[in-house]
Design a binder for this molecule. Structure first.
Ligand code: GCW
Length: 857
């Protein structure tokens, strides 16, 4: 037995767990490796598969099923380190916009260290050095970190060859042009370069060798350089970073067409250096595919955060505008480093007060902090605001007084904040007011607001997350039914914002059928970074694979290749507007996101918002390198852990297309039995429809709900047929008999038991993999993560046992041989009253069992 200290409030600080025997470990790995995932590709990719480095270039996600869109999970991707992009240009930063799985895995051929946990070692070491053989020294001691520095830590480069190279190249930073964005770029570069080189790299004014020249192509000396013409092709936010000769001096140029482009280039250079890439052949260039890249904060004015698990809101409204927390600037830096260029400060369940004069002055103060970082502010607009704060008797969008009120309000806001972004609106959804109260449509409402902000260059983002009161046939059909007929009726400055899936941020959902179905309207993809249904702060679930899955999903709206990414970047239907939004996971916790690992989800959202073609794995690697260490002994196991984590969670929570079986309100633990909530579609039983015959929601044509009809062909037919629906979505679209055979050869019941069990064991593998980095990163963050993985392992078992005992009450079948019996009877799980703390709803009573293994030898 060993003991693990946990730091979580409200629970005993020590729990005991059984140490996994190596044999069990090996069993878990074998099972993970040999079992196909829901897409039929190798899953898990633990030790064995990771050791298999291929020399061919890999396209992670390349096996995405047509219309099925489950990307391969786990280490199998990692295993296929392609031989591509090993030079500096092939950094995981994906600067050229062409990063693929191969780049993340690095040079498969170089410096292979092989071995189970070191499977990526060769590539990663090679990645650092592009052939550099210098090993990373094991740190003697590592100072504790709170996580507050995020991925902008800039520790001194610990390998001499690289350090020497960087010191020679970076001696000072020289500004080209005058603008606040460029000033920020200079500050970021001097800070980052000083940290990485361990030497003072000041701002300078004369161009000497070893200068970084940062600025725009309109300013000398960049203006006269040959590279200036290439920058011109990169668009307003693009950048180019290269070495150049200026008057006989060797310099590094960071050039943008605009000041913010130069800022993004500065962060790209810093990312390159933070990941210890060589400078030979340095050439980083990129421009964003999506123009508006937003965080959506669900932050209330009282500093509570809806679905926030990282403390209070970082917006200290009562202290604003007089007091400016230093965190605002840190927030802006972190976002700018990713290319996020806007933030919606307030909850979509909106409070009209934020539109009053006193709050506008507070918003103005925040906008002032964010502006030098290229970030605009947006607000949520409560549709009934004219009544609540305007003394009108109606909010009817066709009413002249209402129109005038909003137009005046927009003028007032823009008078204070000339670059205000616009409004995000949740209307006629979950009790929010909206135009339908006045017998008007969503388009009427959106257009009225659009007219108000249009003279100032603002936009309206109108959410499509709607579902009506009553007992609809199938909740997931409603957004499409309400919005598709309105296509073409929205003003030019209106986006319709849809969640990734048609239900609600589940661990896995098929893509939302609105994508591709509204060619006349720019659509915003709304992703949820905060993990409302995915273990909140505690469970490690890296969302990169999930984001990649939806972005690469093929809608077939205009034939094959009509991916969700192409819908939202505007290219499929030729829109000039394009946007993506991520519901933030940020709060005032020291580590920002409630857990260190959740920082990766903020990071990957930002990186994929900039370039939706980046792979989850590439981004995971660059995040790990910057956040923890570049040493392959850290990078390999942590990237593998991240990459397998989402599928693991899907398996132990909602395998095979199950959805919405979480506990009421908190959405944290399992509660598939809940059936007594007032609205039918709030109850888990509505979604899984377990009965004596089988399990799953029939969304095929009649007698099913025919939700599949909302998809284009051939996706429609693929989901309509039980035989062609990928296992990943099987129970989302079909009611399947318990005895039905699945592709694995197992019956549905057996497969369910198997998946839940593998999910639990995967967390055990993640936990043990993390244990290998002890001593290579600081103890504080190591222990924080280890403690959460320990909790996650217990809670994965809770999920498994609760769900299997419940589903067994319908299937009337026993747990097959080879799998652990549930630790408790169904009544135990149904009787649990956790969470004690709605914000941290961990469940103490589940820590008294043995969490692993779930798959027996
Ligand atoms: O997922 C649900 C959440 C609500 C949220 C709503 C929405 C902001 O449970 O908390 O409200 O979605 O997206 O509007």
């Amino acid at each position: 037995m060993n003991t693990v200290t946990r730091l979580t409030g409200g629970f005993p600080r020590r729990v005991t767990r059984l140490t996994l025997l190596s044999g069990v470990w090996a069993t878990a790995l074998t099972l993970a490796c040999s079992s196909p995932n829901e897409n039929g590709t190798a899953q898990g990719g633990a030790a064995g598969s990771v050791a298999n480095k291929g020399g061919s270039s890999s396209q992670s996600g390349g096996t995405t099923a047509q219309g099925g869109n489950a990307t391969p999970q786990g280490g199998a991707n990692v295993a296929q380190g392609g031989a591509t992009n090993v030079s500096s240009g092939g950094s995981t930063a994906g600067a050229s916009g062409s990063a693929s799985g191969g780049s993340s895995a690095g040079a498969g051929g170089a410096q292979a260290q092989g071995g189970a946990t070191m499977g990526m070692g060769g590539s990663l070491n090679g990645g650092a050095g592009g052939g550099n053989a210098e090993p990373y020294p094991k740190p003697a001691s590592v100072p504790a970190e709170t996580g507050a520095s995020l991925w902008l830590r800039y520790p001194v480069v610990p390998i001499q060859v690289r350090l020497t190279e960087y010191k020679a190249a970076f001696k000072q930073v020289v500004k080209a042009g005058t603008d606040a964005n460029v000033d920020v770029a200079v500050t970021e570069l001097t800070t980052g370069l000083s940290g990485l080189t361990g030497a003072m790299v000041p701002a300078g004014t004369t161009t000497d060798s070893g200068s970084v020249i940062v600025g725009t192509v309109q300013a000398e000396p960049i203006k006269s350089l040959p590279l200036a013409t290439r920058v011109a092709t990169l668009g307003p936010e693009g950048y180019l970073v290269e070495t150049a000769d200026v008057g006989g001096k060797s310099v590094t140029v960071v050039a943008g067409n605009t000041p913010v482009g130069a800022l993004y280039g500065s962060f790209a250079l810093l990312r390159h250096l933070q990941t210890h890439r060589p400078l030979a052949g340095l050439s980083l260039s990129a421009s964003p595919r999506i123009k508006t890249r937003l965080l959506n904060h669900w932050d209330n004015l009282d500093r509570t955060v809806e679905r926030g698990y990282a403390g209070r809101s970082i917006w200290d409204w009562s202290a604003l505008p007089g007091t400016i927390s230093p965190r605002y600037k840190e927030y802006a830096r972190a976002n700018a480093s990713l290319g996020i260029n806007g933030t919606v400060l307030t909850n979509v369940n909106a409070n009209a007060q934020v539109l009053t004069a006193s709050y506008i002055s507070k918003v103005k103060a925040l906008a002032g902090v964010f502006r030098p970082y290229g970030i605009k502010v947006y607000l949520t607009a409560r549709f009934s605001a004219p009544i609540e704060i305007g003394n009108l008797t109606t909010a009817d969008p066709n009413d002249a007084g209402v129109k005038k009120w909003w137009a005046d309000k927009a003028t007032e806001i823009y008078g204070q904040i000339p670059d205000f972004g616009g409004f995000l609106v949740k209307a006629n959804s979950e009790g929010q007011p909206g135009p339908q109260q006045y017998m008007r449509t969503h388009a009427d409402g959106a257009n009225m607001l659009a007219d108000a902000v249009a003279p100032h260059g603002g936009v309206v983002m109108w959410r499509a997350f709607v579902y009506a009161e009553g007992s609809p046939v199938d909740r997931i059909k409603q957004a499409y039914e309400e919005f598709k007929p309105l296509d073409g009726k929205f003003k030019d400055n209106v986006f319709v914002q849809a969640k990734n899936g048609p239900l609600d941020f589940q661990p896995r959902e098929p893509f939302h059928p609105l994508f591709g179905a509204m060619p006349g309207t720019p659509l915003t993809l709304e992703l949820q970074i905060t993990k409302e249904y995915l273990g909140e702060d505690t469970h490690l679930a890296y969302l990169g694979p999930m984001f990649e899955e939806v972005l690469k999903s093929d809608t077939y709206a205009k034939g094959a290749g009509s991916t969700v990414a192409k819908v939202i970047d505007g290219s499929l239907h030729n829109h000039t507007l394009s946007a993506i939004a991520g519901v933030a996971n940020i709060g005032d916790d020291a580590n920002w996101t409630g857990s260190h690992m959740n920082q990766a989800n903020w990071y990957v959202f930002g990186r994929m918002a900039w370039n939706p073609d980046l792979t989850a794995e590439a981004v995971a690697e660059e995040w790990v390198r910057q956040t923890f260490s570049n040493d392959p002994i850290v990078v390999a196991p942590v990237v593998q852990t991240l990459m397998r984590s989402h599928q693991a969670l899907v398996d132990y929570m909602t395998p095979l297309g199950l959805a919405h079986i979480m506990g009421t309100d908190h959405h944290y633990g399992p509660a598939p039995w809940v059936s007594n909530l007032s609205r039918a579609e709030w109850n888990p039983v509505y979604y899984h429809k377990a009965d004596a015959q089988g399990l799953g929601f029939n969304r095929a044509p009649s007698p099913g709900s025919d939700a599949v009809a909302q998809y284009f062909q051939p996706v429609r037919d693929r989901f309509a047929s039980r035989a062609t629906t990928p296992d990943a979505f099987l129970l989302f679209f079909h009611h399947v008999a318990w005895a039905d055979k699945l592709a694995s050869g197992r019956t549905l019941w057996e497969e369910l038991v198997h998946r839940y069990s593998v999910g639990v064991d995967e967390v055990g593998v993640m936990r043990d993999s993390w244990a290998t980095v002890k001593g290579y990163i600081d103890d504080k963050r190591f222990t924080d993560v280890a403690d959460f993985l320990e909790i996650q392992h217990y809670e994965a078992r809770w999920w498994r046992d609760a769900c299997l005992t419940y589903f067994a009450s319908h299937s009337k079948q026993a747990i097959p041989a080879g799998y652990a019996m549930p630790a408790q009877a169904l009544s135990f799980y149904q009787g649990l009253t956790c969470p004690a703390d709605a914000k941290k709803p961990r469940c103490m009573p589940v820590y008294n069992g043995q969490p692993s293994p779930a798959v027996l030898k």
